[in-house]
Design a protein around this ligand. Structure first.
Ligand code: ZN
Ligand code: ZN
Length: 425
């Protein structure tokens, strides 16, 4: 027996096993992310625009093959600078194949992102970053701000009215909060006008701290946004004000009830990450951010392992145009990470999809069809079961470009329930 050879052969076996796992994971992720064929009108126009994927700095150990996911990004529907279309174009230039748009407390940018993405064969994960508070003793005025990311399937959340009303509440609270911050700033002899802040936020966009900070920069009170946060608006700053955020546990529970996968955003900005992660795990948290563009942050990978959470990450791109900002698509998650993410998410997404279809079957109406296809690619106005001969279920599936993992038998139930829809319409 060659004792010298033994370690070598076991090492190479391990290596073979690891690369076999990676190959399987790559197949799985590719099969899911496989882009639908680009629409003919856009295919030629953007061919010259395409640049190869940028080399990644940091991230989850590389090996993402040709499937680059970006799981954290913002558009001008919250405090980002780019429209969803411009964001998708930039993601495409950076080689992103699957993009989660995760605006703060709104999913209003998703339909535009989905339609822009269809030109490039990019897959959009409908997402949202929900503002919450960790408030263990439910003491008014106490509690730490926590951001929870939610990722949904192509059909969006089931029971979407529950999610919508929570998000609306938070957004309403943001108006009040911004006003309170301006009041506090005025008391500190920093007079920023309300009209200035809402103009920066844009029409219909709930103002956030970043919008207030930008108004302060423009009015000349501070040199840059960072200074505005450091001196006034940071969590412990003299002009900080609270909104009406729900508790982080409530948010996590709502996400899982509505068929989404939940992840704690940027845990490195928390004062008590361990306590918060433990109580969120009890509430059903699925994952947490561990990777960011400048690499892994010490200690958080271990925390994710300790609590059995998916290790995720993203650039948190806002399009601020600042030098130190991480570009979209610069966190390259390992293919095995993406595989774990999808394997956990897909059963939830397919359950949500089934739920949505069955609810529609109970109450089939044009209005309900419209709202359930709000993140779909197709315009439901053109759908006519009589003229097209396409069953409404297949129409939905093609609009979502996905049937996730719904079994044929289950779909047949919905089809049967909807058999008379065409006639009634
Ligand atoms: Zn955040
Ligand atoms: Zn964010």
């Amino acid at each position: 027996m060659g004792s010298k050879k033994k370690p070598k052969s076991s090492r190479s076996k391990k290596k073979t096993k690891a690369s076999a796992d990676q190959a399987l994971a790559l197949d799985y992720v590719r099969a899911w992310a496989h882009p639908p064929p680009p629409e003919p009108s856009a295919a030629g126009a953007d061919a010259d625009d395409f640049l190869p994927a940028q080399a990644s700095r940091g991230g989850g150990g590389g090996g993402g093959g040709d499937v680059l996911f970006e799981l954290h990004s913002h558009s001008n529907h919250s405090d980002g600078f780019l429209s969803p279309t411009a964001l998708v174009e930039r993601a495409h230039r950076n080689g992103v194949k699957v993009l989660a748009l995760t605006d703060h407390d709104t999913m209003a940018g998703i339909p535009e992102a989905v339609s822009a993405a269809s030109k490039f064969g990019i897959r959009i994960i409908p997402g949202v970053e929900i503002s919450a508070l960790h408030n263990p003793r439910e003491v008014a005025g106490a509690g730490e701000p926590v951001h929870i990311l939610a990722y949904y399937g192509m059909c969006g959340p089931s029971r979407s009215n529950e999610l919508d009303s929570m998000l609306l509440n938070i957004r309403d609270g943001r108006y009040l909060r911004a006003k309170n911050m301006l009041e506090k700033l005025n008391g500190l002899k920093v007079s920023v006008k309300w009209e200035h802040v809402t103009k920066i936020a844009g029409e219909g966009v709930a103002p956030g701290r970043l919008h207030v900070a930008r108004a302060m920069v423009e009015a000349g009170y501070v040199e840059n946004v960072r200074q505005a946060f450091n001196k006034y608006l940071g969590d412990d700053g003299p002009a900080y004000a609270r909104g009406s955020e729900p508790s982080a546990e409530t948010v996590v529970q709502l996400i899982s009830r509505t068929g989404g996968i939940s992840a704690l955003a940027h845990p490195w900005s928390l004062k008590n990450p361990d306590t918060i992660i433990r109580s969120l795990k009890d509430a059903g948290l699925n994952g947490m951010e561990v990777y960011r563009s400048d690499g892994k942050v010490d200690g958080f990978s271990e925390l994710a392992e300790k609590y059995g959470l998916l290790k995720l990450g993203g650039s948190d791109f806002h399009g601020r145009g600042e030098k130190h900002e991480s570009d979209i698509g610069t966190v390259r998650l390992a293919i095995t990470t993406l595989c774990c993410f999808l394997k956990m998410a897909r059963p939830m997404w397919s359950a949500a999809m089934k739920d949505i279809l069955l609810k529609f079957a109970e109450e089939p109406s044009a209005a309900n069809l419209g709202s359930m296809l709000k993140f779909g690619r197709a315009n439901f106005d053109v759908y006519s079961p009589i003229n097209t001969g396409i069953h409404v279920v297949d129409f939905c599936l093609s609009s979502w470009s996905s049937r996730d993992d719904i079994e044929d038998v289950e779909l047949e139930v919905v089809r049967l329930k909807l058999a008379h829809y065409a006639v009634e319409r």
